[in-house]
Design a protein around this ligand. Structure first.
Ligand code: PMP
Ligand code: GLU
Length: 400
């Protein structure tokens, strides 16, 4: 008899977290590693948010809190959605969870029966298929085209739908592709959803603030008047407010779905850390200048990394318009060998050869469902991006 349950034995490590951990360990051992691995802002959490949590801790807010969040924190999220997305919602539409990751997992467990299908556009963030599979769901990948910036078209979505389809996963701006859908493109997908009343949508909007285009943003639930109560919107403070380690995310959905997710969270983790509740209010209602400054810096890096990557021979890369990822196609280099004798026959072998030879960490595309691509996070300083890209292009040039 196996020691571990089958569901865990089948589960793969999170490759994004694994690359980040490996780069950290190499650095700690003294290696001069430049990491394009981490999907987390390299900025400090704004001081007024830190102070809100410290004050709450000093004031003794150290006991169990309401499972879905304090009324103030849930109200702050609802108000944010009213202001940014013109959604007429209240605290009953909000659950605050331990990171967007937990909010997502609650959504899968709440909305999917075993055997039902998740329609998952590739490339996808590694955690979606892992969580949906844990919920008993079947994954139906929708292949997209790099030439169309990896966007799902209404035709592709329509063609993927079967009687078993239950959920559609939408992520814009996208991890790992770094692209964002236009309002028009989002609307066209929402129209397909409106025609299929059995379909629910998880719209992961965690990168909604990190955008580098003038296109207006359309939250998926805004995109069609008839679908809002079938959409669970995922967001959180990790990325926009540089708070990855705080573990604060949330979901916005119809009150019955939020109630069900709250019931589940009550058995899993209870509320988020009690003294973080005022930090939610401080982040969403406080000054937004720190976010704007950070976004301006990311925009500069996005442009720079795009210019550098597209100057490398035979590399194809969609223009990064959101999140902090560039996702070039490196398949033109497959079949070559590096100076250490490592054969490059996949994105994974290229990523490991690069780390070995040049001490540059990137994430291979296989676990994102895009085996010809690698992901470079530009959530790192401009100076390191410049040096890291020098090494990356030297490495590719050294392949024979
Ligand atoms: N969704 C996407 C697309 C992400 O990249 C991340 C990053 N980890 C998350 C959700 C989870 O964010 P959190 O840190 O709030 O759990
Ligand atoms: N989402 C980030 C990434 O993709 C952080 C790591 C993780 O949680 O997967 O790198």
């Amino acid at each position: 008899m196996a020691r571990l349950a089958d569901r865990i034995s089948r589960l793969k490590d999170s490759s994004t977290l694994a690359v980040t951990a490996k780069a950290k360990a190499l650095k700690a051992a003294g290696a001069d590693v430049i990491s394009f691995g981490a999907g987390e802002p390299d900025f400090a959490t704004p001081a007024h948010i830190v102070e809100a949590a410290c004050k709450a801790l000093r004031e003794g807010k150290t006991r169990y809190e309401n499972t879905a969040g304090t009324p103030e924190a849930r109200k702050a999220v609802a108000q944010y959605f009213q202001d940014r997305f013109q959604r007429q919602i209240g605290p009953e539409n909000v659950i605050i969870s331990t990171g967007a990751k937990q909010a997502l997992y609650l959504a899968f467990l709440t909305l999917m029966n075993p055997g039902q299908e998740l329609l998952l556009p590739a490339p996808y963030w590694v955690t979606y298929p892992a969580q949906a599979t844990m919920a008993g769901g079947k994954i139906k990948v929708i292949e997209t085209d790099v030439a169309n910036d990896f966007k799902v078209t209404p035709e592709l979505l329509e063609a993927a739908i079967t009687p078993e389809s239950r959920l559609f996963l939408f992520c814009s701006p996208s991890n790992p592709a770094g692209i964002s859908y236009t309002a028009q493109e989002t609307k066209a997908l929402a129209e397909v959803i409106a025609r299929h009343p059995q379909l629910y949508v998880i719209s992961d909007e965690i990168y909604e603030r990190l955008r580098y285009t003038d296109e207006p943003y359309l939250s998926f639930a805004q995109a069609h008047p008839e679908i809002a109560d079938r959409v669970v919107t995922i967001n959180g403070l990790s990325k926009a407010y540089a708070m990855t380690g705080w573990r604060i995310g949330y979901a916005v959905a119809a009150p019955d779905i939020i109630k069900a997710m709250t019931k589940l969270q009550g058995h899993m983790s209870s509320s988020i850390t009690s003294f973080n509740m005022p930090a939610v209010v401080a982040a969403l209602e406080g000054p937004q200048e720190p976010v704007e400054k950070m976004v301006a810096e990311f925009a500069k890096r996005a442009e720079y990394i795009y210019k550098r990557l597209t100057a490398i021979p035979n590399l194809r890369c969609p223009r990064p318009t959101g999140a902090f990822y560039a996702f070039p196609d490196v398949s033109a280099y497959f079949g070559l060998v590096d100076p250490q004798g490592q054969a490059i026959d996949s994105a994974a072998s290229l990523a490991s050869g690069l780390l070995e030879a040049e001490k540059v960490a990137i994430v291979a595309g296989e676990d994102f469902g895009a085996p010809n691509h690698v992901r470079l996070s530009f959530a790192t300083s401009m100076e390191l991006i410049e040096r890291g890209l020098d090494r990356f292009s030297n490495y590719l040039a050294s392949l024979r």
